[in-house]
Design a protein around this ligand. Sequence first.
Ligand code: K1U
Ligand code: ZN
Length: 172
Amino acid sequence: MKRPILIHPDPRLKKVCPPVADISDELRALADDMLETMYDAPGIGLAAPQVGVLDRLIVLDCVKDEAAPAQPMVMFNPEVLAVSDELNVYEEGCLSIPDQYAEVERPREVRIGWLDRDGNPQEQDFDGLWATCVQHEIDHLNGKLFIDYLKPLRRQMITRKMQKLKREKARA
Ligand code: K1U
Ligand code: ZN
């Protein structure tokens, strides 16, 4: 089932999400809903707070080539275990901040630990778009948006545009 995506500004997007204690069928169903919502948007990642659920859960699939097989990933309680010194700049977007893009600098490579949908611990190194996306999604779990990396004036301009968009959507 597809779920509505919250648009910034929304207090739920600023909360630090607590870890998931045990991975129930309900949480697995939420992960499936988030993947469906992400693919439909379309996007390459989604975090639970973006659908209004304050749990440490993210999903991602950074395979952009439509001819290539999908690579959906579900991560409960994801943690950054190590980062490279080398940085990378990518023009990021966010499904909670539609049609706004900005360059963000982050570590080029990251090691991530998480629990999979069966509760088994996993660890993997990510680079390129996968590294950018997984860091962006983990930021969501800590109440941080990509616009928080921008200068205050640019951030305010984007926030005002989103307030206007939300007013227009509410009127429609
Ligand atoms: O978390 C989100 O809001 C999803 C976001 C993830 C992301 C994008 C770019 C850099 C870092 C993280 C998106 O998926 S925005 C949409 C997007 O990037 C995209 C959409 C269709 C095809 C390819 C990319
Ligand atoms: Zn986002």
